[in-house]
Every structure is written in structure tokens, then in C-alpha cells.
Design a protein around this ligand. Structure first.
Ligand SMILES: Nc1ncnc2c1ncn2[C@@H]1O[C@H](COP(=O)(O)OP(=O)(O)O)[C@@H](O)[C@H]1O
Ligand SMILES: [Mg+2]
Length: 358
């Protein structure tokens, strides 16, 4: 049975490279004993990567990230000559019809939104009993990845706030609320713009504590924790808590368990950002405070109002010279991040690729 599965994988998933060059340290790794799409760690530098595979016309050549529901890969579209991101349902969830339905729902919901600040869906498919979504690649990093490198500057946080609010506003025009705004679901492009991903999942999914270190409880609006009615202001709360975390270096409410975090977010007073990080302006601190107000009525009353405030902050901050215009590469704290996406492009060393399509 196992052998048959392996044969099937080789046939459909295509690639059979013998060696790969590590995207981080460039050392040559023998992968002849692995199957396509297997994950492994470089023996030299411990960088996680994936054995190349073919998914329909798409050639998977790198690993981008994982969430509670899927693994996301860098792939090449040889017909349109562009790179794409492909999210595949986790293997252990692939027998669950509920999870299939959720991934399909995510694809359909996100495909309905056409906006520069929302990741565009290109197509969907299934392979070996696992559904996948092909989408626009955000070619830099997630906000989660950037936060792991260090504090996010006020200038970048302001740009993220503007972009995310615009993306949420576009979704809201279709009567959608995101429901799971958090660092891992905000993707940053090389031009330092933010795009929202992962629509329509959070309200159904149990988060995976082990994988998502900064899992959802840090960013859940009080009304959602209390199972009261959520609306667009719940997304604004999550954005505020996310940006607080990004600029302060810690979440607004912390605790040993999800329950403790939620209990604090309901009962403790709202922390002030400029006290956590003295380099942040009082104006930014006040906007974040307003986003995180416990009563939704005390938050912004529309996306337009919130957007105008962050745009004013950006304008004033440039005028006063207290923040510089963003250039690509700002906020990057290590060379590893800079070479992140470029390294992946050169991953394949020896690929005798059968020209097989499914
Ligand atoms: N379009 C994309 N471009 C680049 N990286 C992505 C893209 N989509 C997802 N990722 C990476 O994969 C991670 C998990 O993706 P996500 O869609 O949030 O999965 P899940 O639904 O399982 O939470 C993200 O946090 C990000 O690091
Ligand atoms: Mg996610």
C-alpha cells in the first residue's frame, strides 16, 4: 500500500531531483530518498525546505509558510512566466469534508474581492486527495516573519494600517468581515505594502497553538470572546492589537493560556503603546488605543474615518520629518530576510523533470 502511494506521488507530483542547493547556506543536499513535497531541514544550517513537485502546470520550488489549515509553497507558472503561491490543505486534515469545504469557501470568498490590498486568487484544484488554492505571491514576508526579526517601525506600521484598512473596506463592501486579522495573515510585498490573506477561516477553525505562537487569542475582539455580535469593528480591534504587538514587541495582553489572555483582554485596562515603546508618537499611540477600545462603539465608526486618521498621521509625520518615506528593504534586520525569496528561485540543482501533467 505504501509503495503504491509513493509511486502515485512520483507519477503525479512530477519532479525527481537528486540534489538541492539550500536556499540559505547553498550547501548541496542529497534528496534522492525523499518524495516530492516532503519537508526536510538542511543538515548544515537547519533551514526548512521542500522537495520540488509538480502540481498541474505549477512547479513547486520552495516553502513559504504554514498556518493551522495549510502549507503554502512558492511555485512557478511556466505558461504565464510568473511566480505564484500555492496553499495546500494539510495532509492530516485532508480526510475531513469540513476542512475541504472551508478551503473551498476561502478560495471563493477571496476570489470575489479584487483589491490591491487583498491577495488575489488565481485558481483552485485538487491533487492526491488534497485541495489547493493558487494565488498571488506576496514576495517579501508575512508581518509575523518581520516581527520575529525585531520591532516594526512606526512608518511601516502606518503603511500597514492604511493598506489593511483599505483591504478590509473592500471586503466589507461585499458584506464580509475577515474575522482573523493577525500578523501571519498580513503579507508584505517588496514595495513595503501590505496585503490581507486567509479570508473566511477564523470563525470555524480551532487555531493550532504549536504552530501559531502568536495565535488568535492575542488579537480577538472582546465582543467575539464574549460571543456577542461581531461586525467590521471587530476586525479594527484585531488590527489595533496586531500593530500594538508589532511596535511594542509584546502583545497587548499576555498570559500562559489562551483563556488567561482573553480574560485580561476583557478585564485589564488598555495598555498605552507610547509607554511600551518611547520612540512611538503619541498620535500613533492614541490611534492604536482607539482601535483597541473594548466597546466597539468607542472605536472608529467607519473604515473611512480610521483611514483618514492614519493618512493624516502619515502626512504629518513626513511633514515634521519624524518619519522617513519607506524604501524597500526598510525594517529588515538580517541578510537572511533579504535573500529569502531570491534564494528560493535557485533552489533546484538537478531536475530531470518528466514532462507529465495531471
Ligand atoms: N500569497 C502568499 N505569498 C507569500 N506567502 C504566503 C502567501 N500566503 C500565505 N503565505 C505564508 O504562509 C503562511 C500561512 O498561510 P495562511 O493562508 O495564513 O494559512 P492558514 O490558512 O493555514 O492559516 C502565512 O503566514 C505566510 O507566511
Ligand atoms: Mg493564516
Amino acid at each position: 500500500m505504501l509503495l503504491m502511494e509513493k509511486d502515485l506521488q512520483s507519477k503525479h507530483l512530477g519532479y525527481r531531483p537528486k540534489n538541492l542547493s539550500c536556499s540559505q547556506c547553498a550547501s548541496l543536499i542529497d534528496i534522492s530518498s525523499f518524495k516530492p513535497l516532503d519537508h526536510f531541514f538542511c543538515p548544515q544550517c537547519n533551514q526548512e525546505t521542500v522537495v520540488p513537485a509538480k502540481l498541474g502546470i505549477y512547479e513547486i520550488c520552495g516553502f513559504l509558510g504554514r498556518g493551522a489549515m495549510g502549507r503554502v509553497y512558492l511555485a512557478n507558472d511556466p505558461l504565464l512566466h510568473r511566480e505564484v503561491a500555492i496553499k495546500i490543505l494539510r495532509e492530516n486534515l485532508s480526510t475531513s469534508p469540513k476542512m475541504w469545504a472551508l478551503l473551498e469557501q476561502e478560495g471563493k470568498i477571496a476570489a470575489g474581492i479584487t483589491h490591491a490590498n487583498v491577495i488575489q486568487i488565481y485558481t483552485m484544484g485538487k491533487i492526491l486527495g488534497r485541495p489547493y488554492i493558487v494565488m498571488e505571491l506576496a514576495n517579501y514576508a508575512s508581518l509575523y516573519d518581520l516581527m520575529a526579526q525585531g520591532l516594526i517601525s512606526e512608518a511601516l506600521a502606518t503603511q500597514i494600517a492604511i493598506d489593511v484598512i483599505k483591504g478590509l473596506r473592500a471586503a466589507y463592501q461585499l458584506h464580509l468581515i475577515h474575522g482573523d486579522i493577525k500578523p501571519a495573515n498580513i503579507l508584505i510585498t517588496s514595495k513595503q505594502h501590505a496585503k490581507i490573506t486567509d479570508f473566511g477561516l477564523a470563525r470555524y477553525l480551532d487555531y493550532d497553538q504549536e504552530v501559531e505562537r502568536w495565535g488568535t487569542p492575542y488579537y480577538i475582539a472582546p465582543e467575539k470572546s464574549e460571543q456577542l455580535r461581531e461586525d467590521f469593528r471587530s476586525d479594527l480591534y484585531s488590527l489595533g492589537a496586531t500593530l500594538f504587538h508589532a511596535m511594542a514587541g509584546y502583545a497587548p495582553y499576555e498570559g500562559k493560556t489562551g483563556e488567561e489572555v482573553i480574560s485580561k483582554s476583557l478585564k485589564s485596562s488598555i495598555p498605552k503603546l507610547h509607554k511600551a515603546n518611547a520612540s512611538i508618537s503619541k498620535e500613533m499611540s492614541e490611534l492604536i488605543f482607539k482601535l483597541m477600545r473594548k466597546n466597539p462603539d468607542d472605536r472608529f465608526w467607519s473604515f473611512d474615518q480610521a483611514l483618514a486618521c492614519f493618512e493624516d498621521l502619515q502626512e504629518n509625520c513626513y511633514k515634521l520629518g519624524s518619519c522617513k518615506r519607506l524604501k524597500s528593504g526598510d525594517n529588515v534586520h538580517s541578510d537572511q530576510q533579504k535573500s529569502w525569496i531570491h534564494g528560493l528561485r535557485n533552489l533546484i540543482v538537478d531536475d530531470d523533470v518528466p514532462d507529465e501533467k495531471i
